[in-house]
Ligand binder design. Structure first.
Ligand SMILES: [Zn+2]
Length: 637
């Protein structure tokens, strides 16, 4: 019942949101069914017992977890007490032991086969449409309900008939999951009598979807309409690297941003904590990891998740070549044959008429501390095939895109942050990047939902050049971001002499905003009296600027907006935007220093002040106050 209520609620939310969706004008009579290929571990799994009964083995049962927590409460209390003394082992062992017992039936043999007789609950179109699941399973095994609700609102009352939920034994190698998807598509085509289907693939589902296209796409081209891969793990996730190596160092600031984004907090609680206080998270994980490995070490999907550049090392160091021969053979094939052909195979699919789209996050540090920019779980290079500077660094001014896949010099495939070269993408014309977009938070941003519904709804092919509203690179505008800034005439993220003012938008859905200061690092421009200008919720203001934009292109610059959110618990904030000057000839490139540190250095006085302040949150606070005072002093001068 709770499920049914949440479905209704999400539908209401969805309908409210879709009112402003970009694709709302489209009017049509026929729709293709849409298949949701969900993220990792979404499928429910059961085990056949010898007496003919079934045991539920995967799909989190919160009641069961609660009972287990209660049963171990004395041990947990001791664990927490130890933890406050800096010892994480006891609590990790307590929780880890329970974890291993609960998920024993999910183990695989060294050759990658399941130890127990495990299956998915749903496997055909007939038993996995939203309509069927709502009537027979109380809505269980329905995925991505909010975004599907938005999509459904275009279809009409019977929209649940059009949504199909793919299940697979996600422990198995990705090529095995892709083969399941191939069969499932046939089942949906047959069941519905439709000519074509759409696929909406998320995260691990994106790796499954891309691998399916790679292996089966071309021969099924006349059956596939739109295939959208969002935050896809096409080339894996750094988490798998951390899983095998234990090389994990949580970036706590990033972790807290992740949580704030997940909860859509408009107040920045990460200010309250210092970095050092959170090292216990690493300790707990260190002791907990062996229990997770005990359950998951021979899952083919984990090995397939290892990013290409780490694969050889991990396969050779952590697996017995005889006992795991069959498992390694499958993962070798994915890493050495299938994945290296991804660009070629996906382009063949596009040429054969399938609309293939990718949306990926960038600009966030990997959650386990892996040195790659991404959505915190999937590195951008894995989702998109883009060439990226290491996290915290960027390509130097004047950088020329490598052009290995798109070599059209009239296209600009370099991100405004100069961190992402999209010319090497699997699909450079069909890949969108959202800077600051965290994994799994697709529907938190109206921009994302508008882009997704537009791509999914339209049968005509759309690319990154089609709509000014949906450029290849976008800085996240979800409500946690407070402000968004772009120039009046250039595409967002770029500036040229055609611009006269900076437009600042209030992204909050709750708090009015006052601008404290706006300053540019890298250009000699000055903004016209922004101090204390008010922007109401959902509003925007235009701030004219004076000064010249130099006649050159390929130069990175940054604009920082300091603001006060009126009435917020943590009212003072700051956001820095990346811009690239696009105003004439591209400047020369210093090939001796192709990659440089990103961001601008603090001035000497601020650096000195900050060296006395250990806490990250206070450092940020002091930086904003310092810059505020500096901006005021400069204005007076
Ligand atoms: Zn291009």
């Amino acid at each position: 019942m709770k499920r049914a209520i949440s479905v209704i609620l999400s539908l209401i939310i969805a309908l409210t949101l879709s009112a402003q969706a970009f694709a709302a004008e489209v009017n049509r009579e026929e729709f293709y069914p849409i298949i949701v290929v969900p993220g990792y571990s979404s499928s429910g799994l059961y085990m056949n017992n010898e007496d003919g009964t079934k045991t539920h083995v995967w799909g989190i049962d919160t009641n069961l977890i609660f009972k287990r927590v209660i049963a171990r409460s004395i041990d947990l209390a001791k664990g927490v007490k130890d933890l406050t003394k800096g010892n994480a082992k006891y609590i990790a062992d307590t929780v880890g032991g329970e974890f291993a017992k609960m998920f024993e039936h999910m183990r695989c043999n060294p050759d990658g086969t399941s130890v127990y007789d495990v299956h998915t609950y749903t496997s055909t179109a007939a038993d996995s449409s939203n309509t069927y699941l709502l009537a027979n399973e109380d809505g269980k095994y329905m995925y991505e309900q909010e975004i599907m609700g938005m999509y459904g609102s275009y279809i009409g009352d019977d929209w649940n008939d059009y949504i199909f939920n793919f299940s697979t034994d996600f422990r198995m190698n990705v090529e095995s999951c892709a083969a399941d998807l191939d069969k499932y598509i046939d089942s949906v085509l047959e069941y519905t009598g439709a000519e074509k289907v759409n696929l909406y693939c998320v995260s691990h589902g994106g790796q499954v979807g891309a691998t399916f296209l790679n292996l089966y796409g071309e021969k099924k081209a006349d059956k596939l309409n739109n295939v959208l891969l969002t935050i896809p793990a096409i080339g894996g996730s750094a988490i798998a690297y951390g899983f095998y190596t234990g090389d994990i160092k949580f970036d706590e600031e990033n972790l807290l941003y992740f949580i704030e984004n997940g909860m859509m907090f408009e107040n920045d609680y990460h200010w309250l904590l210092s970095n050092e206080n959170l090292d216990f998270v690493d300790d707990i994980l260190h002791y907990f990891l062996p229990y997770v490995r005990y359950i998951m070490e021979y899952w083919g999907s984990m090995l397939d998740f290892v990013p290409a550049n780490e694969y050889e090392k991990i396969r050779n160091s952590y697996f017995d070549s005889e006992k795991s021969a069959a498992l390694l053979e499958k993962s070798d094939r994915f890493h050495n044959v299938t994945y290296p052909a991804m660009t070629e195979r996906l382009n063949a699919c596009v040429d054969a008429g399938i609309n293939v789209y990718i949306i990926a996050g960038t600009g966030n540090r990997d959650i386990i501390g892996y040195n790659a920019t991404g959505d915190a779980i999937i590195p951008t290079f894995s989702s998109t095939g883009a060439t990226c500077a290491p996290y915290g660094e960027r390509f130097n001014d004047g950088y020329r895109t490598l052009g290995t896949v798109c070599n059209d010099r009239s296209h600009n495939h370099l991100s405004p942050s100069m961190e992402v070269d999209a010319s090497t993408c699997y699909l450079p014309e069909y890949t969108w990047f959202v800077d600051g977009f965290y994994h799994g938070m697709t529907i938190k941003s109206d921009y994302n939902t508008d882009l997704i519904t537009t791509l999914m709804y339209t049968d005509d092919r759309i690319d990154v050049h089609t709509y000014k509203e949906f450029p290849q690179f976008h800085a996240d505008t979800n409500r946690c971001q407070a402000v968004f800034a772009h120039f009046d005439n250039s595409t967002e993220g770029y500036v040229s002499s055609g611009d006269n003012s900076l437009i600042i938008e209030n992204c909050s859905k709750k708090y009015d905003l006052r601008i404290v200061s706006v300053y540019c690092n890298g250009l000699e421009i000055k903004f016209d009296k922004p101090f204390m200008k008010k922007i109401p919720v959902g509003g925007r203001i235009e701030i004219p600027f004076s000064g010249n934009i130099p006649q050159e292109s390929g130069v990175k610059t940054e604009i920082t907006v300091n603001y006060v959110q009126i009435g917020a618990v943590t009212p003072i904030g700051s956001r820095t935007f990346d811009f690239t000057v696009m105003n004439g000839e591209k400047i020369g490139f210093d090939s001796d220093n192709p990659i440089i540190k990103n961001g601008s250095d603090n001035d000497a006085l601020l650096t000195t002040i900050l060296s006395f302040i250990p806490q990250l949150g206070w450092q940020k606070f002091v930086t904003i106050i310092y810059n505020l005072l500096k901006a005021l002093l400069l204005n007076i001068k």
